[in-house]
Design a protein around this ligand. Sequence first.
Ligand SMILES: Cc1cc2nc3c(=O)[nH]c(=O)nc-3n(C[C@H](O)[C@H](O)[C@H](O)COP(=O)(O)OP(=O)(O)OC[C@H]3O[C@@H](n4cnc5c(N)ncnc54)[C@H](O)[C@@H]3O)c2cc1C
Length: 373
Amino acid sequence: MTTGAVPADESPEVLLTRLVAPHADAWDRAGAIPDEVVRALAAAGVLCAEVPGKWGGLGLDPLAHGRLTAHAGTLCASVRSLMTSQAMVAWALTRWGDAEQRERFLPRLATGATAAVAFSEAGAGSDLGAMRTTVVDQGATVRVDGAKVWTTGGTYADLVLVFGRHGDGTAMVLVPTDTPGLTVTRRPDPSGCRAAGHADLRFDGVVLDRSHLLPGAGAPLSFVGQSVLAAGRLSIAWGCLGMIRSCLREAVRHARVREQFGQPLYRHQLVARHLGETRAAEQSLLRLCEHASRSWSEGVPEMFDAALVAKHVGATAAASAASAAAQVLASAGARDGHPVARALRDAKLMEIIEGSNEICQLQLAEQAMGVYA
Ligand SMILES: Cc1cc2nc3c(=O)[nH]c(=O)nc-3n(C[C@H](O)[C@H](O)[C@H](O)COP(=O)(O)OP(=O)(O)OC[C@H]3O[C@@H](n4cnc5c(N)ncnc54)[C@H](O)[C@@H]3O)c2cc1C
């Protein structure tokens, strides 16, 4: 396909709809998004739309950014995944980077470069404290050794934000993917978000100028890592809202026209219940996402907790909504390439990533203990 020139007055929503909507199913089956589409989205600033205008970004506030992410979520979970990863990197640079790093990298991310985040390792999934990748400060340079798994967007990325051990704490280092010693291997046939470019990364004596090391090296993982994960959680919550909307739209359209026992499906109360419950989930998640985004705009201490609640509720609601829509569609949705079949697979993964359901539940229990003990 050709993306064509992006008209200057085309809104990010319209751009996403034009470039993504007609092709999402085909990309899912092919397991890849054409490079020129990823580049066009990156060049338009859509992959990290909160980057301020002074760095060439779209400068959306967290609420507008969330709405854009939800729109992407209605179209394609793989594209939305790329938005989440790149937004996490941009957020980490904005929050943790020094002035020179922001000047150097944010304009690139806002105008065409692509980025991914690498926390997870073969032995460190839920337990990120078990990470073995090391970031060693060598004075003028830093050296990275280790291996990461499941890096979303890894096959498309120009830059990877890598988390590693640094003394007793953690360090974040921004590694260009063409650095000698870094090997990127595509992870074949993921069960969902199939076109999101998941990759495993190996770092064999990767040496970088020290300017790639973000400040705060040596800080506890719980402090640095959780803040970046929280930015991803907020994005995923909005993406789940989009997935729910897409499932609801497909279920409603089908329930209006498909007749059984002499009436449209939606007139059967057990079918209507699926639609009603999904609508309630969509409306309540919208409020949670809006509340979380407003907390991020205000920068209040509860912002991380609000993102956690929205992500956990969103992931479970998206998985339920996809299951309900598949039930309403029955055989009509039971084919590869149907948006609901895609959502079933994609939504399940939202219960695993960025803190699995169980890890979110544990953190929510800590929240509860803090509030009510
Ligand atoms: C589609 C996809 C995209 C991803 N993208 C990225 C990415 O961009 N960057 C990145 O760094 N990583 C990424 N990951 C990795 C992801 O973050 C991990 O899969 C996730 O953290 C879970 O780790 P795990 O798969 O090793 O499961 P495990 O940690 O082995 O957990 C297995 C099961 O045990 C449960 N469990 C574990 N510990 C506990 C506990 N203490 N109490 C209760 N239950 C527990 C878990 O909830 C889960 O149900 C991605 C993964 C997927 C599938």
